[in-house]
Design a protein around this ligand. Sequence first.
Ligand code: DGL
Length: 366
Amino acid sequence: MVKSIRGAAALTGLLVLSWPLVGAAQTPAPPSAQQPAATADTAPLPKVVLFATGGTISNRAGGRLTVEELIASVPNLTRYVQPEAVQFANTASSSMTLDQWLDLSRQINARFTADQDLAGVVVTSGTDTLEELAYFLHLTVRDERPVVVVGSMRNPSTLGYEGAANLEDAFRAAGDPMSRGMGTVVVLNDEINSAREVTKTDALSLDTFQSGRYGVLGVVDSAGVAYYRRTVRRHSAKSEFDVDAIKALPRVDVVYTYQGATGDVIQAVVDAGAKGVVIATAGAGATSGTQGQGTAYAIGKQVFVVTTTRAGQGRIAAGGGGRGGNTPTYRIAGDDLTPIKARILLMLAIATTTDGSQIQRMFREY
Ligand code: DGL
């Protein structure tokens, strides 16, 4: 049976809806209300809640698929899981606000707390900024149980739509006990990647989500879910970031380094109210033009400046020059996080502390 709820109602109770009647091909027959969740010789099927937020996976010409229609588009899903449904939003990923991110994380946390029988959560997202939402959830959903973020590169009106296949993989990963402790993972194209490491690398191709040199965590295939490694950095159940205590995320901007870049861009974002600036530097920390003056301006205003690399991979290590001890400092090394993921960690860090040495610790640990 599919249980379906919308938005904030998620926190208060479940409204049971009938099996949706949609035009999706191969819609499976509704399991009867009396039918056990599994056959007598198997354990009950894992319960998995889908929070749908929109994106290409639901962007059908003539009207977006609802969460119920998404579930109905996966033939025989109830062979693997007991799905439940929350229509959180139905929009492009880049249209989601930071307040919506906080709200989504609060709802997932509340759902895990309220339902100890829940095996995991699936979140649909547009792919454009999917890795940002996924990393945010990786840092703020404080539970051992997995969050699986999924999307598709082709929309439901396009030949070769892979959304239903990705969704089935995501449900199977979320229901699999091996996914516990993995934090938030991203499932597309039969691959499982860590939210911390994955990046959209191609504007169009189906194998766009890659983790660079780190590689996939695992795969989902016809035989099931298989993992080959785990990320050792702090996340999910071990995270210190409490979204219930964060009313709003502070403004943090990303500024790119390029030949002859001017520091007035950095000054402008500081004057506009940024509490932090992530610099996507060249190589292992080089700025160009007058950016050095810009970062000095930011630090003078007690704005945190995080150094990352625009190279796509590689570490900017903490250490040296006045960064130790308890002396607050505003110059932070971004480790191996991509600039956009460093921004997410910095927003959460600044929402949690104003102590620069603590913020540097966070960049070492997460
Ligand atoms: N490009 C898709 C995204 O990442 C959005 C398409 C849409 O849902 O409008 O969100």
